[in-house]
Design a protein around this ligand. Structure first.
Ligand code: SF4
Length: 319
């Protein structure tokens, strides 16, 4: 099916002439927004894969032992080998992106980051380096390091979580940064010639449609290159779960609400912005609510149908 928005696969085929698959790597980073005892953090964060939470302070100061660091490099090597085998076996694909996906992948001293990225990139011929992180972990030194990995054949993308463009919501969900911090980080990334994908989270219990559109306007103004839009998932062992069960003040989007919100947002999103994702994905074992969303393909078709009913395509409603 062809969708009325600029899909990620369309972009990749245009850029590289073929499909590109991502090899996700957990490089053992942690997150400055969580405490060593695993408390704190964004209220929806369940700490899954928190291999390195206890290493938070050592990470910050760069004091992790050399042995632990070498083990970390070894683990990266194994993950990349597994990823390469998988995409080759499943898709017969040769072209891959290297995706530092878990946690905050710029949360370490720059010399450590360099060793990790250098090592991982030496293990394959990657056409993209994708690094997911927080806006408060992107100073000039980190941006310059990331910039150094760009070549004519390899792009560097940075995935930055904004989640909400509303400071009050950012406080309520304990993001640990504000809108201004996000804006400054995107401007800095762009000054270094890096491409940006922003994550947004739709939380009808905190934000209104106007706030969603405000976030889209911000992405348009900053000329953000790509977006991922997620519906709120309540996972076990989170502050969000507690608030959902005890306070009754939390509600994720219904199916129809999500479809309508996303269709509206896309109609206001600038047409050059690549749409990488429109739905959160969480394993059933971790997910309390919502449990009965249709699968991804069905949701995408519902969004496309809603846009067609309204006569919208991506960006058509920008005034
Ligand atoms: S920034 Fe990411 S890893 Fe850190 S607390 Fe929030 S959701 Fe969890």
């Amino acid at each position: 099916m062809s969708y009325p928005w600029y899909t990620h696969s369309e972009y990749l085929k245009k850029r590289f002439g073929q499909s590109v698959y991502r090899i996700g790597v957990d490089a053992g980073f942690s997150c400055p927004n969580r405490n060593c005892d695993r408390s704190g953090g964004c209220i929806y964060c369940d700490g899954t894969g928190a291999v390195a939470v206890y290493q938070r302070e050592e990470e910050k100061s760069g004091e992790r032992s050399e042995k632990a660091f070498l083990e970390r490099l070894e683990s990266i090597e194994k993950q990349i080998e597994r990823g390469k085998r998988f995409i080759h076996y499943r898709y017969k694909a040769n072209l891959a992106s290297l995706y530092f996906q878990s946690w905050s992948n710029t949360f370490a001293p720059v010399d450590r980051l360099k060793k990790i990225y250098d090592h991982a990139l030496s293990l394959g011929d990657f056409c993209e380096l994708v690094v997911s992180t927080r806006p408060d972990l992107l100073d000039d030194e980190v941006c310059a390091l990331l910039e150094s990995y760009q070549t004519p054949d390899r792009d560097v993308w940075v995935e930055v979580g904004l989640q909400s463009a509303n400071d009050e919501t950012l406080r309520k969900i304990n993001r640990g940064h504000d809108r201004e911090c996000y804006i400054r980080s995107i401007e800095r990334l762009h000054r270094h010639g890096l491409k940006v994908c922003t994550h947004l989270l739709l939380m009808p219990c905190f934000d209104r449609r106007k706030t969603y559109l405000d976030a889209i306007e911000l992405l348009n103004a900053l000329k953000v290159e790509a977006v991922k839009i997620h519906n709120l998932h309540i996972t076990y062992h989170t502050e969000l779960e507690r608030a959902f069960l005890e306070d009754g003040c939390i509600s994720p989007s219904s199916i129809s609400r999500h479809v309508e919100d996303v269709a509206l947002m896309l109609s206001h999103l600038h047409s050059e912005c690549i749409v990488e994702r429109l739905l959160a994905e969480t394993t059933k074992a971790r997910l309390l609510c919502p449990r009965h969303f249709p699968d991804k393909r069905d949701i995408l078709e519902m969004i496309a149908k809603k846009m067609a009913q309204n006569g919208w395509v991506q960006g058509s409603e920008i005034k």
